[in-house]
Design a protein around this ligand. Structure first.
Ligand code: ZN
Length: 453
């Protein structure tokens, strides 16, 4: 058993029930779990390791990312897809993604994990739905484990190609029997439902326009036959998505989700930009979650999601940077800031979202959406996932009267420390688990091969 004392924290943002913010605070960690939280003067001063933040850093719960496609870090800012809406963007990129290899999946997962962690993320869900050239979800899991991010790996899938009326080319879709068999294998091999688990599996048929209703129903039945296996997909992302649903299924996206059993506290849907009021109320009543991805939604001109209304109806909402080819970054602190700005523009109300509410979506909101009761706030018994951000940096200059709000108002992009499950993954701004220049070099080489070879 090893103990770590983090002391002289300028402000500790607990996100606990009363949203306590403790001045000159400390935290005692034992192995991977928080043991004590309080004022520095109140905590025992002895520990195996001490991190003295010298009254110059804020500490927060690690941020939670609820929607992403890690492999897309390889296809950021692709010229032909820079100015497309969702369907055109997908149709431009599918043939490039069809050239992915197991190594490309592994390296891109590391790149996305590093980028997320540097921007404050300590837990992420990822949605991998394309498996060309022998790629498997295992490649991604191994990449993420090498970096040290807490991970919810989603076994995505596509089974309806162009010839069957779907959007993706036939060459990148799988047989549904193969999808279900691999889903079961992954759950049994990797899914850990224990408290403080570092890896869980989610089942995630990609979208209404790329899988059958049968696959949605069967995936739901399989997930629900195991403890803690959740369901995730894309829903009501833009108007074309709604039109496809009406034309193909004769139903709105919300009714479609309900018709295949994809409503409930074990389900979360990405985007929901064009979700109607009836579905919002149903999501709220049933605890069906939403991954809000404001950068991607604006980048693809999908619209401004009605987040204020969702929160009013008690819909669990977390943040997602979405795939790196539609953002085109994996910066979660920036996503929280964008959510905060976007809510104000959508409602034409400067009080539509406060900075602290944006931080709450990024922490507590994400934890709820992923079904976790062991992350999202800092208190005894919780996982030791936290970040520290130094205040003596240019972004904070002139904002120290409220450094917590300044995290959102002033566009802070990187953390100085990140601990995940008690392990120091960022130390004085540097990733400790991986050689970053080597990773970037190989990542760029693989990206070049995808686009030009
Ligand atoms: Zn997505």
């Amino acid at each position: 058993m090893l103990t770590l004392l983090v002391k002289n924290i300028h402000t500790l943002v607990t996100m606990d029930e009363t949203r306590r913010e403790i001045r000159n605070a400390a935290m005692l960690i034992r192995d991977n779990v928080i043991e004590q939280v309080g004022a520095t003067a109140e905590l025992s001063q002895t520990a195996d390791e001490v991190l003295d933040l010298s009254d110059r850093a804020v500490v927060l719960p690690g941020l939670v990312n609820t929607h992403h496609h890690f492999y897309q870090t390889l296809t950021r800012a692709v010229p032909a897809a820079q100015n497309c809406d969702l369907f055109k963007w997908l149709q431009t990129l599918y043939p490039i993604w069809a050239k992915l290899t197991p190594r490309a999946v592994y390296i891109s997962a590391q790149m996305a994990a590093v980028e997320l962690i540097r921007s404050g993320c300590t837990t992420a869900s990822d949605h991998l739905y394309i498996y060309p050239n022998g790629s498997t979800l295992d490649d991604e899991i191994q990449g993420v484990q090498a970096v040290g991010l807490r991970f919810h790996a989603s076994r995505g899938s596509m089974s309806v190609g162009e010839s069957q009326g779907g959007l993706p080319p036939d060459s990148v879709v799988e047989k549904e029997t193969d999808i279900l068999k691999d889903s079961q294998r992954l759950i049994e091999q990797y899914h850990d439902n224990d408290r403080h688990a570092m890896l869980r599996i989610t089942l995630a048929p990609c979208s209404p326009f790329s899988v059958t209703q049968d696959l949605m129903r069967e995936s739901a039945a399989m997930a629900r036959s195991y403890s803690g296996v959740r369901l995730h997909t894309h829903l009501a992302e833009n108007n074309s998505d709604v039109e496809y649903s009406l034309a193909t299924f004769g139903m709105t996206p919300g009714d479609y989700a309900a018709s295949v059993g994809w409503i409930g506290s074990d389900v979360w849907h990405a985007h929901c930009v064009q979700l109607d009021d009836k579905a919002i109320q149903q999501f709220g009543k049933t605890g069906t979650g939403v991954a809000h991805c404001p950068c991607s939604n604006m980048r693809l001109a999908s619209g401004l999601a009605p987040i204020r209304k969702m929160l009013h109806h008690n819909v669990p909402v977390g943040l997602g940077v979405d795939g790196s080819a539609s953002n085109d970054t994996s910066n979660l602190l920036n996503e929280a800031r964008t959510a905060f700005l976007m809510a104000r523009v959508r409602e034409l109300d400067a009080a539509a979202m406060t900075a602290r509410e944006a931080l709450e979506l990024a922490t507590l909101g994400g934890a709820k959406v992923l079904g976790r009761d062991d992350i999202g706030y800092l208190a005894p018994g919780m996982s030791a996932d936290f970040i520290a951000i130094n205040l003596d940096r240019p972004e904070f200059a002139g904002a120290l009267h409220d450094p917590v709000a300044a995290l959102i108002f002033c566009q802070v992009n990187t953390v100085d420390y990140s601990f995940i499950n008690g392990r120091k993954i960022v130390d004085q701004g540097q990733i400790t688990t991986i050689d970053l220049p080597t990773l970037i070099e190989e990542h760029n080489r693989l990206a070049h091969q995808l686009i030009y070879l």
